[in-house]
Structures are given as structure tokens and as C-alpha cells.
Design a protein around this ligand. Structure first.
Ligand code: 6GU
Length: 249
């Protein structure tokens, strides 16, 4: 997968992409991430990326030209023989976008190429939204000072889903949210820490019993903390009945 990120603050992407699972995915060539400074696509002496808003008001607006030029130059570099591809997501990170969820990450992880545009200041020229962007994504109902952190969140979430990114010991299968449930509690050695023992069932060696306990814990935990998730969770008839019994009592 190739991910191109357009930003006014390329330095923000230093640290997070050079560690851990993400770096492993880069090393294994599962993903290539290119950070582009929007300022590099300006032509005037002052490298102007923003300007006053027509109609007045406080705050500056990101200009259309450098953003169009950046996206078009990436597309002509990657797809020299065509005008790009109809299915290439060009995603604007903005609090006005659709709410980012695991489902969207799964959908995006199926593409071979993503272009992400980080919004900033008071806004971005509306023609970018209308004629360049194919999707707008927000990572939650709060306001960040820019789309960069949101782009990192999206990139991290998508990259760890790529086959091979997690290594054989880890797995995305039981992740909170991929099952529609929160994850079950985990323990490692020692068996008793202070006077807190590990639940006996986990030491039993009975894999069927352990699997059932974990599933039950995941359901109870979701019921306690995020009951809103249960409506859409993939539960068996017995599990559904258990939840309704607890909810009803
Ligand atoms: Cl994508 N951008 C900004 N600026 N704030 C946000 C956001 C994005 N998602 C949540 N808050």
C-alpha cells in the first residue's frame, strides 16, 4: 500500500511513524508513506498557502492551487499513463467528515493507494472539497488544531490491518471493535501479584472453557462500558438472550 499525506507541518510526522508495528510494516515493504509539504507546491516568492476568506471573518483559508497541484503531481507520478484511478481515495481529514470507525479502516485497508489531506486554520477552500476530495473523515467529536494527528490515527489503524503487519504472534482478529465487542481481560506472569491471583480458568489448560470465559467477559465488559456497541455486535442466540436478561433486570 502507498499512502501520500499532504500537510503544512511535515515535521509532525517524524516520531510516530518511526516506531514499532508501523516501522516493521515499512521495513517489510507492506506500506510506503510519503509526507508532502503543501508549501512545496506554491510558486510565489513567499510560498503562500493560505489567504483571507472572501466575505470576511477571522482566520485564513487554505488556497486551492497548491493542494490541487500536490495531488495532481502525485497522481501523474504514480499513474503516468492515465489521469489517475476512479477508485483512489483522496481523503480530507476534517471535523466535518464521517466518523472514523474500524469498519472504515477495514474498507480503506483494501485499497493499494490512499491520499490524505490535512486541513488546517479556519478552513480550506470549498473547491478542494467539491472537486478533488472523494471522502471526508473525522476521528471524533472534538476539535484538533489540524488534521495531522487524525491522519496519523487513520494511517496507524489501516496499516496494522495489512496482512503481515502484526507478525504471527499478534492478531487483529480479537481486537476490540473488530469483533464488535471490547476485548476480554488479559493476564501474564506472575500467577499471583501482591494478593491478586489470575482467574483460575486461565490456568486450567481447558481451551474450550477458556474461550467461553473470554467471550463471556468480552460481552459483559461491552455491556458495562459500551452498551451502544451491543446492538450491532455479532452475538449468538444464547448470548443475545443473556444480554437481554441482564439489560432487562
Ligand atoms: Cl480530522 N481534524 C481536526 N482539525 N479536528 C478533528 C478531526 C480532524 N477529527 C476530530 N477532530
Amino acid at each position: 500500500m502507498r499512502i501520500d499525506i499532504l500537510t503544512l507541518f511535515p515535521g509532525m510526522f517524524q516520531g510516530p511513524f518511526n516506531e514499532s508495528i508501523f516501522q516493521r510494516a515499512v521495513d517489510k515493504e507492506l506500506v510506503m508513506v510519503n509526507i508532502h509539504n503543501i508549501r512545496d507546491y506554491t510558486h510565489d516568492k513567499h510560498h503562500t498557502v493560505d489567504d483571507y476568506a472572501y466575505g470576511g471573518g477571522i482566520g485564513m483559508v487554505i488556497k486551492a492551487e497548491p493542494v490541487f497541484e500536490a495531488v495532481e503531481s502525485i497522481i501523474s507520478e504514480v499513474y503516468p499513463d492515465s489521469d489517475g484511478r476512479d477508485d483512489l481515495p483522496v481523503i480530507l481529514l476534517t471535523p466535518q467528515g464521517r466518523l472514523f470507525r474500524q469498519k472504515i479502516a477495514e474498507e480503506l485497508s483494501g485499497h493499494s493507494h490512499l491520499i490524505l489531506i490535512c486541513g488546517h486554520y479556519e478552513g480550506i477552500d470549498e473547491r478542494i472539497r467539491e472537486h478533488l476530495v472523494t471522502d471526508e473523515v473525522s476521528i471524533g467529536d472534538y476539535v484538533l488544531s489540524g488534521g495531522e494527528l487524525a491522519a496519523m490515527v487513520l494511517t496507524d489503524t489501516v496499516v496494522r490491518l495489512l496482512p503481515g503487519a502484526l507478525g504471527s504472534k499478534d492478531s487483529a482478529r480479537d481486537d476490540s471493535h473488530s469483533t464488535g465487542l471490547l476485548e476480554y481481560p488479559q493476564y501474564t506472569r506472575p500467577e499471583i501479584y501482591r494478593d491478586w491471583p489470575v482467574p483460575q480458568v486461565l490456568l486450567s489448560g481447558n481451551h474450550g472453557q477458556i474461550a467461553r470465559w473470554r467471550r463471556q467477559q468480552a460481552i459483559l465488559r461491552t455491556l458495562e462500558r459500551r452498551p451502544d456497541l451491543l446492538d450491532k455486535a455479532d452475538l449468538g442466540a444464547e448470548e443475545r438472550a443473556l444480554v437481554e436478561k441482564i439489560q432487562g433486570s
